[in-house]
Design a protein around this ligand. Structure first.
Ligand SMILES: [Zn+2]
Length: 214
């Protein structure tokens, strides 16, 4: 779960979070759009089939008594990867409108294709966000060789720090207390005796990536 914080951090934008589909508690939010009780009933009945088709996916339907635009914003802020809008016009043409949080791309999807289109779309978003996170990490990682430098970095910057490290749990604790950052991943092993641990000065055995959970 340590990577999760890093991924969420990397994916935030002006409209809030972007949750990778695999960890999103709600993967698809359905917003019914209707003006009358008759329309509401029609949509509710169409939704039964849609929810059946999306059986394997974490779907939630937002029936709250709020305007659609309010709901769109709220679910975007929460980072839900895919939104399905369904209104009378969609129903009349046997489709729904699907919007990805990734880039807000909007497209009509025929009801009969939902079962294949939505899982493929979630997979694509997962990959795109992962690539974006890797690029972010590359662009926001610095190499440092002392705890003082790490404290300075984490006070002023968002990103990751690579340091030589001896592997002792006491060091992890010291770094966590000073910066709240924790180890993310071992970048590579070091030849014995080649470098000193950035935290305690003992001989380092690895290069480790430090980062904060946001
Ligand atoms: Zn050490």
């Amino acid at each position: 779960t340590r990577m999760v914080g890093a991924v969420v951090m990397a994916h935030g934008d002006d409209s809030g979070l972007q949750l990778p589909p695999r960890i999103a508690p709600v993967q698809v939010i359905v917003v019914p759009i209707f003006r009358s009780d008759v329309e509401r009933t029609q949509i509710a009945s169409a939704l039964t089939g849609i929810l059946d088709a999306l059986d394997d996916i974490r779907v939630k339907v937002d029936w709250r008594d709020e305007r659609p635009g309010f709901k769109f914003n709220e679910w975007e802020l929460k980072g839900v990867p895919v939104r399905i809008e369904i209104g009378p016009r969609d129903l009349a043409s046997g489709q729904v409108t699907v919007v990805r949080r990734l880039d807000r791309a909007k497209k009509p999807v025929p009801l009969a294709e939902l079962q294949t289109t939505i899982p493929a779309m979630l997979e694509h978003i997962q990959e795109a966000l992962f690539k974006r996170a890797l690029e972010f990490r590359k662009g926001h990682t610095v190499r440092l060789d002392s705890l003082a430098a790490m404290v300075g970095f984490f006070e002023e910057s968002i990103g990751f720090v690579i340091t030589p490290w001896c592997g002792r749990a006491e060091d992890e604790q010291a770094v966590k207390e000073a910066t709240t950052a924790t180890t993310r991943v071992i970048d590579r092993e070091l030849p014995p005796g080649s470098q000193a641990c950035a935290v305690c000065g003992r001989p380092a055995t690895v290069e480790v990536v430090w980062g904060k959970a946001y």
